[in-house]
Design a protein. Structure first.
Length: 469
């Protein structure tokens, strides 16, 4: 029996809107996977050319686009033949979209909308399989994005003329690939999603060995990411203040919360959110004794990197998820979010780092996370804004990468604090320390003055006593 894929009815409407009698549209299937079921959260069309953005920007300079401009924009959105399938472009699209997905969700495959059934043409199927393989290869280059979760991927073919669909799955890791039938179901019932929220406070120091090169910033950031991943992976996940068995059902936990006396009001009937805490165990090595200093390594260091800030995690799991799936999704979300920030930050600094020497003290501010809820199911996707950027940049990313148009008010941009907050805290701490030092000196001076006066009075008293006697 093949996989079962659940997709809501509005996705079929979206596919119909992409239909053209003489063109093909290709895109990514985004969702969550369980053992034999897939839950679709979004379909994101891949733009075949960067020229589309320039055409649209130029067309907005006038009150309304001319027929020629509109025709050029429409042609830029479609490909006339699947022989022209932009394999590398689709793979890069998958990487950028994966950064935006919450933990536990992935690019499950690709869809094609066109006047023919893609499975009727062997050459077309081979091109699609090459595209899926390119996606897997691209995602495997950064394992901390958790983009390459499984080798089995989906191909959905939607006929723009008959409006019928066929879905099949293929294992891209196999040498002799063969297509397996998959049961894609459009259904009226919306999938129930459980929301998991966590806050992670990071404040860690990483020493830079004297032998290391300061210019190798990417290597330093990757080392930090590896360390954080180990910490998060070893952490204990506590949901709503309790630790549950990995095999327990998350649905039962949500129902228990709803049945609590404090949550019986009608306002909380639709509340499927759960608070998550992560407890990182103290590092222990059975082979090293606390009173044995022989294992302590001493090395010369030329600098250090301090990672400080608060990371907000918001994850969603399907209605049949277990505690183990929920725990895994939360951990993946934290690491994926940090990996996305550091990767984007490093890419933005390539020219700067190679072009100028490092300062003695450099403040690096990776982009912060903002959340945008999908219109149909309220699942939030992420975008990352650099200092000085606003919600407009997030709206542009949504339009280009996810084919979504939302209002600026729908961008949740204040979920994470600006870097200035942590810098100000450091300044305040230093000022407090300086004030405390000054106050201590003043107290010592007063004490010594009082002591001197006391000694003088004592000497005068002794002198007077001897003189009288």
């Amino acid at each position: 029996m093949g996989r079962v894929i659940y997709a809501e009815k509005h996705f079929r409407t979206y596919l119909i809107s992409l239909a053209k009698p003489d063109g093909y549209a290709i895109g990514l299937i985004l969702g969550q996977r369980s053992e034999q079921k897939d839950y679709i959260v979004h379909l994101a069309k891949t733009l075949p050319s960067l020229n589309v953005r320039h055409i649209e920007e130029e067309s907005h300079l006038v009150s309304s686009p001319t027929p020629a401009e509109q025709d050029a924009a429409d042609k830029g959105r479609y490909i006339t033949s699947l022989k022209d399938l932009p394999t590398n472009w689709v793979a890069d699209h998958a990487k950028q979209v994966t950064r935006m997905l919450p933990g536990g969700m992935w690019v499950l495959g690709i869809f094609v909308v066109g006047p023919e059934d893609v499975f009727d043409n062997v050459a077309t199927v081979e091109n699609l399989e090459l595209t899926l393989a390119a996606i897997c290869n691209t995602m495997s280059r950064n394992k901390y994005l958790y983009g390459d979760n499984q080798d089995e991927k989906l191909i959905l073919s939607f006929n723009s003329i008959t409006q019928k669909h066929v879905c099949k799955s293929v294992n891209v890791a196999e040498t002799n690939k063969f297509l397996k039938p998959a049961n894609w179901r459009f259904r009226e019932k919306a999938t129930t999603w459980y929301q998991l929220e966590a806050l992670v406070d990071l404040d860690r120091l990483y020493l830079i060995a004297a032998a290391d090169d300061f210019d190798a910033l990417r290597r330093q950031l990757y080392r930090i990411l590896t360390d954080v991943e180990i910490l998060i992976d070893s952490s204990l996940v506590v949901i709503e203040g309790e630790v549950y068995s990995p095999d327990d059902s998350l649905k039962r936990l949500v129902n228990k919360k709803k049945n609590d006396k404090e949550c019986k009001s009608k306002a909380n009937d639709g509340d499927n959110s759960l608070q998550v805490s992560l407890y990182i165990p103290c590092s222990q090595d059975k082979n090293k004794k606390a009173n044995n200093v022989e294992w302590i390594n001493q090395s010369e260091c030329s600098g250090l990197i301090r990672l400080i800030g608060q990371l907000v995690s918001r994850t969603f799991v399907h209605e049949e998820a277990s505690i183990a799936e929920a725990n895994k999704a939360v951990k993946e979300d934290i690491v994926r979010s940090l990996a996305s920030r550091l990767e984007l930050h490093w890419a933005s600094l390539i020219q700067e780092e190679n072009g100028s020497p490092e300062e003695n003290i450099t403040l690096h501010e990776p982009p912060r996370r903002v959340l945008i809820a999908l219109p149909e199911n309220k699942i939030t996707l992420s975008d990352y804004l650099f200092p000085g950027e606003g919600p407009q940049e997030a709206l542009l990313s949504l339009q280009e990468l996810l084919d979504l148009e939302v209002q600026e008010s729908q961008v949740q941009k204040e979920i994470e604090l600006q870097a200035e907050f942590y810098c100000q805290n450091d300044v305040n701490t230093k000022q407090f320390d300086n004030n405390a030092t000054t106050s201590s000196k003043q107290e010592l001076a007063v004490y010594l003055t009082r002591l001197s006066v006391t000694i003088i009075i004592l000497l005068i008293a002794v002198f007077v006593h001897q003189f009288v006697t």
